[in-house]
Ligand binder design. Structure first.
Ligand SMILES: [Zn+2]
Length: 324
């Protein structure tokens, strides 16, 4: 298997230390559960990118592929559009030369990133479009996470099905005044895809819209360069396993396995396989004692075994340009 969506770096960790202490131990576990390669989405840029690549990709060839980020803080400089795009495009070229295997674009684009005027920067901002077109020219796939679960944009009342989770993480609620709606962000994402036909995209978390697999199917239909990973969304997919199965049957070459479970653990891979490969009913979507995303259980999708090679590795191999 290839886990096309995971985090092994430092920028998301609470103590600024590596999310994985012992890389040898991690590789032993990956061998045990049959994971050949893990995509590490935490490369950032510059020295941090080099440190990630040295620790993972170079020391363990083929086992880890590190993606870089784009330093959106450059958008808040007073430079004109042309020089901002030049700066970000050269940064991307330097990241590619350093060994980055793709670009991760996080949800802060559209929600938090602002330019010099203080305006929020949307995924289809002309400056962003230029830089992500450059990613395509550099043969870097772009794994993009836009918006967040639909419930995070809905009124924060007890009727919100992610109420419990939002009590623990109030910073994940985006339904306040002045915030873009979920639909607005997805429209901007859709427009970005239209404007970057030469760039290969992976839509994180089931194309950023696990709650509406019909909408995911429409975007896959409209954009041949759009692919989706299933990371972090067993809780959603396991509520509509038959719709998920239909989506994979309709797009067997476009759905990628990924977990977003970090640090990676054997139980998370077993749980994903149970969802994908069995028709078991009423089981936990997470290893946490309290269901983190909502108080429900899931059912397995029971995918036909012929769909699994694509989902588990072949689709990722194509998107990630793994040739051997
Ligand atoms: Zn992630």
């Amino acid at each position: 298997m290839i886990d096309a969506h995971n985090h092994l770096g430092r920028w998301l960790s609470e103590d600024d230390d590596w999310l994985v202490d012992d890389v040898g131990e991690l590789i032993g576990m990956l061998d045990d559960v049959g994971v050949d390669t893990v995509v590490n989405l935490d490369g950032r840029w510059g020295a941090e990118l080099e440190a990630n690549i040295a620790r993972y990709d170079e020391r363990h060839p083929g086992r880890f592929l590190t993606f870089c980020h784009i330093d959106w803080s450059v958008l808040s400089s007073d430079d004109d559009e042309r020089s901002i795009v030049d700066t970000l495009s050269s940064q991307l070229a330097a990241s590619a030369a350093a060994g980055a295997r793709g670009v991760k674009v996080w949800k802060d684009l559209g929600l938090q990133v602002r330019d010099a005027s203080g305006a929020p920067v949307m995924p289809d901002d002309p400056r962003v479009v230029s830089v992500l077109q450059t990613a395509g020219e550099l043969n870097l796939p772009v794994l993009i996470h836009t918006a967040d679960p639909v419930a995070f944009f809905e009124p924060l009342t007890r009727a919100n099905e992610r109420w419990d989770e939002l009590q623990v993480h109030p910073e994940w609620w985006f339904g306040g005044p002045g915030m873009p709606s979920f639909r607005h962000l997805m429209d901007r994402l859709d427009h970005l895809l239209t404007l970057c036909p030469g760039t290969t995209f992976i839509g994180a978390h089931v194309g950023c819209w696990a709650e509406d697999l019909g909408a995911v199917g429409r975007m896959l239909d409209e954009h041949p360069h759009w692919n989706v990973d299933i990371a972090g969304r067993l809780g959603e997919l396991g509520r509509t396993p038959l719709s998920f199965r239909s989506l994979v049957e309709r797009f067997p070459d476009r759905v990628l396995f990924g977990t977003d479970c970090f640090p990676p653990a054997a139980g998370d891979y077993a749980r994903h396989r149970r969802f994908l490969e069995t028709t078991d009913k009423d089981f936990a979507y997470s290893g946490d004692p309290t269901p983190p995303q909502g108080n429900w259980t899931i059912d397995g999708a029971g995918l036909d075994s012929r769909l699994l090679p694509g989902l588990y590795h072949d689709n990722a191999r194509r998107v990630l340009r793994l040739t051997d």
